[in-house]
Design a protein around this ligand. Sequence first.
Ligand code: MRU
Length: 350
Amino acid sequence: MKEITTLWWDDTLAGIRFIDQTLLPTQYVIAECTTVDRLITAIKRLEIRGAPALGVAGGYGVALAAITCTGASSDAFVRAVRDEAGRIRESRPTAVNLSWGVDRVLARFLAATDATSAKTAALAEARAIADEDTLCCHAIGDYGAALLPDQCTVLTHCNAGALACSSWGTALGVIRSAVTAGKRVKVISCETRPLLQGARLTAWELARDGIDVTVITDSTAAHIMRTGKIDAVIVGADRITGDAVFNKIGTYMHAVCASHHDIPFYVAAPLSTFDATRSEQEVPLEERGREELAVMGNRTLIPDGVPVKNFAFDATPMELISAIITERGVVRPPFNISALLSRTAPNNEP
Ligand code: MRU
């Protein structure tokens, strides 16, 4: 497999370098970011995207704030970093990893006794998040690979690959680990309207690794499930509450279809994606701009004046999910999220 590192801290730059995901698959450009404003733009524009990658970006963002903020007094400096952390936290609302990464690094920053050690501690914690994410993805990959038959066709939605994480991926991490273990896996990647993460990013990543991938329109998924061509569906997640899995819009539709056709529906996600304190109704669902639906290239697709609804995510109720694959093992219904989070030993329920 060819290594992909999605974003990293560059000491010489004193900032973040990242793959600009808006330009793939036609251009592979490493962008740079030395201000919190630029990072927020990159997150809002989906130059950096995918829940675990947003967790890493949030962590590095607080480190960046610690390095770039100034204040006439120690209190003013801390206040400035807190404010910047708040702005990063709010740049996208649904993927809980973003606020998790921000809060984890902010806590280390606030625990330090002076400005110099606070800056060092913030950067060290952000780097730890990135490193841990890669380890989590490999663990998820190994647990998940065991669930797949030796020869199978798997359907996925959006991009839960290396580009959505620090590297390797969650749902695509499972596929990568299965292929590495010698399984013959074919992947059907749903294009994922309107921003086409499945067509642009998942297909790019998998083709680059020589993994058999075919892109379909989102509306083809039901047809191929019905005609028996799919052995499993695997997706990532942006937030997992006690009662639902939030992921890219269209995921719920696939889960309903998979359930109807007795196809296992797997969610692959690190524990940083879990939010045991909230229920589905309490989670903010990101709605994005009209232009994402109404304009393609230089063509207008929807008549002026006709409104659109552009939800970025949907929620899939737990009863439609066959198993959740985490770095601590595989959990099956009834999902006890609080017990999972408090458990330290790996678990691999049959
Ligand atoms: O809007 P995006 O591209 O950030 O949405 C990403 C997804 O929905 C992914 O499936 C999810 O973050 C899981 S990534 C491992």
